[in-house]
Design a protein around this ligand. Structure first.
Ligand code: LLP
Length: 414
């Protein structure tokens, strides 16, 4: 459920008219709904309310400071994958003691920063990283809390680019090696083994792969306990899917209930790292039609938003709903909604039935996750503005980039 609904024939973000927002802030424009973000976060938190847990929002999905701040105010933890994301969390008022640090390529500088801030846990992804983290921690006179990310080798049944739990993926430690590396971690003086984690992929629409992964993780945790390595938390990663079209992913409450069932009788804290399920449907991307180009074979709606603003359709052939901000009565035609970037792959949607005129506003739904964070300046296009609505109030949470910002830091030869 989200708060982007039509009121009197115009799409609204909570109580704000999207037409007014587009006129005030220009297009292309990202619009986020605070109430939706909060609702989605609470859906996770309340689903596990009776069990020790931590919701660590995956910052990569949407790292705008205002988004992080709204979640920090709820008491959220954060899942980060870089020093930059950690700095954002701190800047936004997040609590470092609720941060888990994922990622396959942590640098020494990032380890030092995270140790200095006292994060909750490092999700270590390889034996080599484990050794390095131990050295860094010892040098700083600290003990690094660690979890090992294990690759449970389950097929998440999602797009290959966002499926991460198979043996062939670069992520995590193979199940066969996991025990040995956990025991090694247990022995290293600069480390304290806290947890075990996995993340099998993103945009999962079934519960079963999560349960398969959980079974394997619990088996591992039991084998470790027999060898004197006690695991205090299980981090199940993120990955719960959302409705872009007609997918029917499990609700966080059903997903959590199924996981809790398996934990019956165990004293294991649960950590979740949801990104998309919190942010995707808390955002829309608004773009204006520049031109209509109607050929005999194909109709194009050329809009002012492009693949540099929202790359998911181009990169993953992802389908996101495109709706008119003010729907017109009358005959719809089949359009490809395309941007101004000089690439055939620059489209926001193909074969969409719409009734359009130049200057119409379109909203690409479900753009709150992996939208702005994956945007670029390709074709020297300044990045879009981001606005957050809160009831009938609206705030710029990132100003539209200016053209001179495009070459900030660049220099001519002497
Ligand atoms: N934890 C880890 C270790 C991850 O790698 C990810 C996402 C998450 C949590 C959050 O997953 P979520 O709950 O959002 O599914 N750019 C792609 C998605 C890439 C996901 C990468 N990892 C897209 O636009 O679909």
């Amino acid at each position: 459920m989200d708060y982007f609904l039509y009121q009197e024939g115009t799409l609204h973000a909570e109580q704000c008219s999207v037409v007014d927002l587009a006129h005030t802030y220009g297009t292309p424009l990202y619009i986020y709904s605070r109430a939706t973000l909060e609702r989605h976060w609470h859906a996770f938190d309340s689903a596990v309310a009776n069990h020790p847990h931590l919701i660590c929002y995956a910052v990569k999905a949407n790292s705008n400071l205002a988004v992080l701040n709204v979640l920090a105010r709820l008491g959220s933890g954060f899942d980060i994958v870089s020093g930059g994301e950690l700095a954002r969390v701190i800047e936004a008022g997040g609590d470092p003691s609720k941060v888990v640090f994922s990622g396959v390529g942590k640098t020494v500088a990032e380890m030092e920063m995270a140790l200095g801030l006292g994060i909750y846990c490092f999700n270590v992804e390889s034996a080599a990283e484990l050794e390095l983290l131990n050295e860094v921690a010892l040098r700083l006179g600290k003990v690094a809390p660690v979890s090992l990310r294990v690759n449970p080798d389950v097929d998440a049944g999602t797009h290959p680019y966002i499926s991460t739990g198979l043996k062939e993926n670069k992520f995590g430690i193979a199940m066969e090696e996991a025990e040995r590396i956990f025991i090694r971690a247990h022995q290293l003086p600069g480390l304290e083994v806290k947890g075990a984690d996995c993340h099998i992929g993103s945009q999962l629409t079934e519960i079963q792969p999560f349960l398969d992964a959980m079974d394997r993780m619990l088996g591992l945790i039991d084998r470790l306990a027999e060898q004197g390595v006690n695991i205090a938390h299980l981090d199940v990663g993120g990955g719960l899917g959302v409705t872009y079209d007609d997918e029917q992913p499990p609700a966080p409450s059903d997903y959590a209930a199924a996981l809790l069932d398996k934990l019956e009788g165990r004293d294991l804290k649960l950590i979740f790292e949801p990104g998309r399920a919190i942010a995707a449907n808390a955002g829309i991307f608004v773009t204006q039609v520049l031109y209509l180009k109607e050929n005999s074979d194909k109709n194009f709606a050329l809009v002012d938003g492009a693949m540099n603003d929202l790359i998911r359709p181009s990169l993953y052939s992802a389908w996101q709903k495109i709706i008119p901000v003010v729907p017109r009565a009358g005959v719809e035609r089949n359009y490809d909604v395309v941007g101004p970037v000089c690439e055939t792959g620059d489209f926001l949607g193909k074969d969409r039935m719409l009734n359009l005129q130049a200057k119409d506003l379109l909203a690409v739904r479900s753009s709150g996750a992996y939208g702005f964070t994956m945007s670029s300046n390709y074709n020297s296009r300044p990045r879009a503005a981001e606005v957050m609505v809160d009831g009938d109030k609206h705030y710029v949470v990132r100003a539209r980039e200016t053209v001179s910002q495009l070459w900030q830091g660049e220099q001519l030869l002497p």
